[in-house]
Design a protein around this ligand. Structure first.
Ligand code: GLV
Length: 325
């Protein structure tokens, strides 16, 4: 019997075809998330699930799904999945690392440049019909080259951001709970600092930590108050890493100069205090959204799911302790 896989949202056809080669596919092509009850109902009798970060894979959802072998997330972050609950039930969880690293770092830079150089404000003004003369003293932003970049989290994406910063001749500071080998620091030209020093010294602080209990509200009022009044904050990690209420308040009081955000605490909701601010650039969780990368993520998730249901080790397994070989 061919294994059965549920694909919870619309995926590129190549990834669906990849799954269909070896498995029977139930594909939610509606492209809106399935409600928890429908997700559970459609998972009955399935061996695999390919899901997006909008699907909440809870203990309750997994309860009673005795045939389920794998939950394959189409994302590198997997905070939408209760991994311990899956592990307890012997269900494999997979993610999509590596394939999105460079694309996400590119977009981090797009956000950084956009907020520093007021690209979005300038675009709105250029379209408005109000532009009459070239102006010497309007829309003045902040230089990027030669400034200090503070990287919170020197994982794959943080490192890719650092490599790009070298081209801007920036001084680079970072903080991470796990300090890499000295050779990595030397190669990237990054200097380790404690969290507070990075916040105090950086002109741009960019967040690249996963969302885990220790990083929830990693940046809140206290941290924002340590930053320079001229500094900018960039977040392309996960929304809850940043306390949005604290950020809205800090921006209102001029505690920092601006922010550029790709992720939010309760997507797709955005704190109303941020919406009207000219010194905030907002994006709807786009950092990995290139054609090539979203396709590669979907293909990797398909490979993970198919391998698992066929009894092979998935290429990017998050909870290897359930792998019995
Ligand atoms: C996107 O946010 C991802 O985690 O891949």
């Amino acid at each position: 019997m061919r294994p059965k896989i549920l694909i919870s949202r619309r995926l590129p056809q190549a990834a669906v075809d990849r799954v269909a080669r070896d498995c029977d596919v139930d594909h939610n092509e509606a492209n809106i998330p399935l409600k928890a009850e429908e997700l559970k109902q459609r998972l009955q009798g399935k061996q695999g699930l390919i899901c997006l970060l909008t699907d909440k894979i809870t203990d309750e959802l997994l309860d009673g799904l005795t045939e389920l072998k794998v939950v394959a997330n189409v994302a590198v972050g997997y905070d939408n999945i209760d991994v311990p609950a899956a592990t307890r039930r012997g269900i494999m969880v997979t993610n999509t690392p590596e394939v999105l690293t460079e694309t996400t770092a590119d977009f981090t830079w797009a956000l950084l440049m956009a907020v520093a150089r007021r690209v979005v404000e300038g675009d709105a003004y250029a379209r408005s019909g109000e532009w009459k003369e070239w102006m010497l003293l309007e829309f003045l932003g902040s230089d990027v080259y030669g400034k200090t970049l503070g990287i919170m989290g020197l994982g794959r994406i943080g490192r890719a951001v650092a490599r790009r910063a070298a081209g801007f001749n920036m001084r680079m500071l970072y903080h991470d709970a796990f300090r890499p080998a000295p050779a990595v620091e030397r190669e990237l030209k990054v200097e380790y600092r404690d969290k507070e020093s990075v916040l105090r010294e950086a002109d741009f602080v960019t967040l690249h930590t996963p969302l885990i209990p220790e990083t929830r509200h990693y940046i809140s009022t206290k941290e924002l108050r340590l930053m320079k009044r001229t500094a900018f904050l960039i977040n392309a990690s996960r929304g809850p890493v940043l306390d949005e209420e604290a950020l809205a308040q800090a921006l209102k009081e001029g505690v920092i100069a601006g922010a550029a955000l790709d992720v939010f605490e309760q997507e797709p909701k955005i704190h109303p205090g941020l919406i009207g601010m000219r010194n905030v650039v907002l994006a709807p969780h786009l950092a990995s959204a290139s054609i090539e990368t979203r396709t590669a993520m979907s293909m990797l998730a398909a490979d993970n799911a198919v391998a698992a249901v066929l009894g092979q080790r998935p290429p990017t397994l998050v909870n290897p302790e359930v792998w019995k070989g």
